[in-house]
Design a protein around this ligand. Structure first.
Ligand code: GLC
Ligand code: CA
Length: 538
């Protein structure tokens, strides 16, 4: 079983936000040579693939998600030679490299949009979504931007509005025009030919829009918070036409050996799993449910069961705790519980993705108002705390030098370092056997070594009465040892009777890293914020 799986099934993906990983040319911004320099560290994390947020030329209105040239490298990150060197070194370290593909929109500085905007009869006019004003001169419909305000911007010279669901400088491509998808497929070919191992596809579930551009209805469930939630996005999200686009991207991908497509998709499970198609769409539609669900054992147990029951055919699951858009896990659940979260992520069935810094328990960093840079927060100061993403994008904490080893002491990093970076950093945690980093390494090493953990089945277990904060499941694979995972998602100690599973077992790893050896399963003690992995044997 284990042997038949691909690297993206058995392995672990690690997301790097390149601006924040490692600066090598002292401009306070991370770069590609910085990532190359840290490959030994990444290899020792026992991860298998690196996903890089965008590294392409960009005016950086959305920090690289506004791409001005899909086949270049932003000089701030380095040169194409630096990229080639990184790719080579990644492969030499036995790792894979996944790039971010941003096909829904370009930068307004992309040559396609410059042409499109130049006149109404330019051949590229309809590569983007242009419409006449409404009779009152306002936008063509009520659609809103994720980053505040209308999703339309008026272009004076040509007298029409163009669509953008993010910043004004991110005009959306029109996939109803027959030449647009082929242009994006060419981009994919360019990187595949270089040897890139896959793409994470940005907002893939947004790529197809209602042809009639109908108004979206109000969302009766909106309870304040992010203003974009005021409407039900039934004409801009998850439209059936998107699946045909994805199938064509997959068909191209399948012409290359062993590549992967990961889709960014925020949807309920029943709709999310449709993005596997019949094995002909994305390999991994990102499952963000651990980010959004209340951190409660029963809720997560139900989610695991529901997801597993809905996965079609041989669709491969995946799980995520955080990314560059969402609150860091250690801030959401607290630093102690974050260790349990790591154990959960790395023992569930399916490909885990780690967001850089999770392995050392990095938290959100409060950004003083004058340093806020992220467009949704800048555009909507009244909800900046809810929508701003700067706090989760701060520089990686490497050591106890003044800028934590990210950039030299006399340089101002692009975002401030965390206040705890002198104590919470890679160097300090390397020296501490019980640190998050050493827990992470132990978890990834065990996952890699044990077929049950990287390839086996999963079965949730009822932990018994009075154990409401306990999440437990079994992982098993033919011909390999079975494991029992018991996680306390709460802060009260528990005693469990699990003798119906086995009389005794061996603690292989605990989140506190202070317990090992045989235990009696009829009276298993679990501490507050503790998780344990038990070996049940073959
Ligand atoms: C995705 C990215 C996010 C970006 C947006 C627009 O959600 O993850 O960072 O702002 O798309 O490209
Ligand atoms: Ca730099």
């Amino acid at each position: 079983m284990s042997e038949q799986l691909s690297w993206w099934q058995k392995g672990i993906i690690y997301q790097i936000y390149p601006r924040s990983y490692q600066d090598t040319n002292s401009d306070g911004i991370g770069d590609l040579p910085g990532i190359t320099r840290r490959l030994d560290y990444l290899q020792k994390l026992n991860i298998d693939a690196i996903w890089l947020s965008p590294i392409y030329p960009s005016p950086m209105h959305d920090f690289g998600y506004d791409v001005a040239d899909y086949t270049g490298i932003h000089p701030m990150f380095g040169s194409m030679a630096d990229f080639d060197c990184l790719l080579n070194e990644v492969h030499a370290h036995g790792l894979k490299l996944i790039l971010d593909l941003v096909p829904n929109h370009t930068s307004d500085e992309h040559r396609w949009f410059v042409e499109s905007r130049s006149s109404r009869d330019n051949p590229k006019r309809d590569w983007y979504i242009w419409r006449d004003p409404a009779p009152d001169g306002g936008p063509p419909n009520n659609w809103t931007s994720f980053f505040g305000g209308p999703a339309w911007t008026f272009d004076e010279p040509t007298g029409q509005y163009y669509l953008h669901q993010f910043v004004t400088q991110q005009p959306e491509l029109n996939y109803r025009h027959p030449d647009v998808l082929p242009a994006i497929l060419d981009v994919m070919r360019f990187w595949f030919d270089k040897g890139v191992d896959g793409f994470r596809i940005d907002v893939v579930w947004l790529m197809w829009k209602d042809e009639q551009l109908r108004d979206e209805p109000p969302n009766p469930d909106w309870q304040g918070g992010d203003p974009h939630g005021k409407l039900r996005h039934i004409y801009t999200q998850n439209l059936p036409g998107v699946h045909d686009l994805i199938r064509r991207m997959r068909a191209l991908t399948d012409q290359y050996e062993d590549r992967v497509l990961v889709g960014e998709i925020y949807l309920p499970f029943d709709q999310l799993v449709q993005y596997y198609g019949s094995g002909d769409e994305v390999h991994l539609p990102y499952n963000f449910h651990l980010i959004d669900l209340p951190w409660k054992a029963l809720v997560i147990k139900a989610a695991i069961e529901k997801y597993e029951s809905l996965l079609p055919g041989d669709a491969w699951p995946n799980w995520v705790l955080g990314n560059h858009d969402r609150t860091r896990i250690a801030t959401r659940v607290g630093p102690e519980q974050a260790r349990v979260a790591l154990m959960l992520l790395l023992t569930l069935r399916g490909t885990p993705t780690t967001y850089y810094g999770e392995e050392i328990g990095m938290e959100n960093v409060a950004i003083p108002p004058e340093f806020i840079q992220d467009p949704p927060a800048v555009n909507q100061p009244e909800v900046a705390d809810i929508v701003g993403r700067d706090p989760v994008r701060t520089p990686m904490q490497w050591d106890a030098t003044p800028n934590a080893g990210f950039t030299p002491a006399d340089i101002t990093p692009w975002l401030p370092l965390a206040p705890d970076c002198q104590s919470r950093n890679v160097a300090a945690q390397e020296a501490d056997p019980a640190s998050e980093l050493n827990l992470y390494r132990a978890l990834t090493a065990l996952r890699r070594a044990e077929p049950a953990l990287h390839a086996g089945q999963i079965e949730t277990i009822d932990p018994g009465t009075g154990a409401g904060s306990i999440l437990a499941y079994r992982r098993a694979a033919d011909g390999a040892d079975t494991f029992l995972i018991v996680l306390n998602l709460g802060q009260a100690p528990c005693r469990l009777d699990l003798h119906h599973i086995a009389p005794a077992a061996r603690i292989e790893l605990s989140t506190a890293m202070d317990r090992r050896g045989e235990v009696d399963l009829s009276d298993l003690a679990i501490g507050p914020d503790e998780g344990v992995i038990l070996r049940l044997g073959a």
